[in-house]
Design a protein around this ligand. Structure first.
Ligand code: SF4
Ligand code: MSK
Length: 625
């Protein structure tokens, strides 16, 4: 993808973003768009995946001059190895987040912390029973101890399959066994991928990709799924609630704190601290009218889903939020946090706080959060924010106006409750063609695209075609800003979807959470398939990540495809230098797992392609297209 200098209007579809991009220019602040321009054109060897740095006989690159690396590896092997390691990064990110959640849960179960509790014991007992743990007549914490141990087991290496595989339709489980892609343990599959892609191991591109599928399934059906389920147990299972989105959620007269990253372990404690009357009084002493907490990216989604905390912006809004000049402090945990935030903060009075030893940023202050001190550390951080309020230069503050309303909180439990406790009304609506299918639109922003243009337009096009949209990750913010997350958005939907969502009082685009919460969509797909008695790949479903950028997004796409869900990406991963890998991703996988990737940068054309796939699946099920 080549790039020329964009106008501010071409950079983002949003007025709040454009206003801050103009301010950034005036304030001399460099943004991701400026740096993209400096990086363009990108290296073609890197972009097509044919640059190998796996050993020091290289680096090697495949092109007109040489068809083989020093060791003899060809483009297919090099691309497959690079892509395998790319997917491993994503699987490790989600799954290590999941492990951190289990550690908090384990600490609660063993009485090692008073700072976290079990908020949803009903869900905990239900999941314990689902995983074969005896619950009757036992103390809650005893069950919790066993459940934490069971979750840890899914990360290990001595099992035939991870625990939540019991959720997958049996036919599909058989297929995964036959193909050798049944995930045995989260860590095992990631380690095996790193091993296979060491020089001199797996030199068969297709074989490496199958391990990519197995490892990604380990992420989707274990690492991410456990992260979601444990977060619900500790902080509450989301239910529908109102909130607001865009930079207008920042407040001129209050101390503004932003939480950014992915894991609610830190942000939930910050939320508690900002509601502490003592700290609110301290903020007033310092001349502020209160303390305002807003989210960014997926930590923002986690807090919004469970607590209704407003969302300042998605991935490409993170620098721009600080450019308002109104942010005292940005607290981060991990993933998707641009290192540039340290520099942007320094252009204002803002302070950046890191909280995880595994995600430190040079130039930011580190306040380490551990299980036993989360509450105390959160109070410390909020106090630091308040102390910065008097340093704010109100003349440099510019906060966009008009936040947009949205409804969030659509966990599967909430969806089932809206349906009256059973999937039957949804299945009936699908059979009748009122809801023709469902698409999970997930993932990121990428400055190579006009910010959120594809995310929003794809969602709009699909709901027009009576296709229900399930949104997670940074797409939720895009959909929210576009007014698609409120019940009134049914006016933009096709007649069938309008009728069903109108009757249920829900929006045609459902906010289902953060990146790890794509596991909620997997589970919903599995529940539907089990109820109808088919495989997930038989259902009129699709997934899409129109503006993706991260390793995690590629892993999500891969576990979606391996789970039987046709998946659209706006641009390909760095694999196009290999005919074998590209062919397998774009069609070959369809024969193996019943789904494949499709690449299309234009959201309107993508909607047509997805619509066609959904029509084909409906017809195969004996339903009207
Ligand atoms: Fe070159 Fe082979 Fe080493 Fe890769 S593994 S850098 S292709 S010699
Ligand atoms: S935060 S992975 S930019 S969705 Fe989950 Fe957003 Fe993508 Fe990060």
């Amino acid at each position: 993808m080549t790039q020329t200098k964009k106008t501010i209007e071409e950079m983002s579809i949003w007025e709040d973003a454009r206003q801050m991009l103009r301010k950034a220019e005036r304030d001399g602040v460099e943004t991701a768009w400026d740096r993209l321009e400096q990086q363009t054109p990108h290296c073609q060897f890197g972009e097509t995946g044919v640059c190998c740095r796996i050993c020091t006989m290289g680096p090697c690159r495949i092109g007109k001059k040489a068809q083989f690396g020093v060791c003899g590896a060809d483009a297919d092997v090099i691309v497959a190895r690079n892509f395998g390691r790319f997917l491993a990064g994503g699987a490790a990110g989600h799954s290590d987040h999941g492990r951190d959640c289990i550690e908090a849960f384990h600490a609660v179960a063993h009485g090692e912390t008073q700072d976290y509790q079990i908020k949803d014991s009903v869900k905990m007992l239900r999941i314990a029973a689902e995983l074969g743990i005896k619950t009757e007549g036992r103390e809650l914490l005893d069950v919790a101890k066993d459940l934490a141990a069971e979750f840890f087991e899914s990360f290990g290496s001595r099992r035939e399959q991870v625990g939540f595989i019991n959720r997958v339709p049996l036919k599909q489980q058989e297929l995964w066994k036959k193909l050798g892609i049944m995930p045995r343990g989260v860590d095992r599959e990631i380690t095996e991928m790193m091993h296979r892609t060491h020089m001199g191991c797996d030199n068969d591109a297709a074989n490496t990709l199958l391990q990519g599928a197995r490892m990604s399934l380990g992420d989707g059906w274990a690492g991410s799924m456990i992260a979601t389920e444990v977060s619900d147990i500790l902080f509450g299972t989301p239910s529908p609630r109102m909130s607001k989105v865009n930079l207008a959620v920042l407040k001129k007269d209050q101390v503004n704190i932003l939480v950014h990253g992915h894991n609610p372990i830190v942000s939930e404690k910050i939320l508690e601290a900002v509601n502490d009357p003592e700290l609110i009084a301290y903020a007033k002493e310092k001349g502020a009218n209160g303390i305002n907490l807003a989210g960014l990216c997926c930590t923002g989604n986690e807090l919004m889903m469970r607590q209704g905390i407003p969302m300042a912006g998605n991935h490409l809004m993170t620098e721009l939020a600080i450019v308002t000049g109104a942010v005292e402090l940005i607290v981060v945990d991990y993933q998707c946090i641009m290192p540039s935030l340290v520099q942007v903060s320094k252009c204002y009075h803002s302070k950046m706080i890191t909280t995880a030893d595994k995600a430190r940023f040079t130039g930011a202050e580190h306040v380490k959060f551990e299980m036993h001190n989360g509450r105390e550390q959160a109070r410390k951080v909020v106090r630091m924010a308040i102390d910065r309020f008097p340093l704010r230069n109100q003349d440099r503050v510019e906060i966009p106006e008009n936040p947009v309303d949205l409804v969030t909180g659509f966990s599967n439990e909430a969806i089932l409750a809206a349906l009256g406790g059973t999937l039957t009304p949804l299945i009936d609506a699908i059979k009748a063609g009122k809801i023709r299918g469902a698409v999970g639109i997930v993932g990121c922003n990428n400055p190579k695209y006009q910010h959120d243009y594809c995310n929003v337009n794809l969602a709009r096009e699909l709901i027009k075609k009576d296709i229900l949209v399930l949104a997670t990750g940074c797409v939720t913010t895009a959909a929210g800003k576009a007014g698609l997350l409120v019940p009134e958005a049914i006016e933009q939907a096709g007649p069938g979807l309008k009728e069903i969502c109108g009757a249920l009082g829900i929006p045609p685009v459902l906010h289902m959470g953060s990146c790890v919460d794509n596991a909620r969509i997997l589970q919903l797909a599995a529940m539907l398939a089990n109820e109808i008695g088919v495989s997930i790949s038989d259902l009129p479903l699709a997934a899409s990540s129109p503006e993706w950028y991260s390793e995690k997004a590629a892993t999500i796409g891969t576990y979606a495809v391996a789970s039987g869900i046709y998946t659209h990406l706006g641009h390909p991963p760095n694999i196009t230098g290999s005919p074998i890998v590209t062919q397998l991703a774009l069609s070959g996988l369809d024969d193996l797992v019943g789904a494949c990737f499709v690449i299309e940068p234009d959201p309107f054309k993508a909607a047509e392609l997805i619509d066609k796939r959904i029509t084909d699946k409906r017809i195969a099920l004996g339903l009207a297209g």
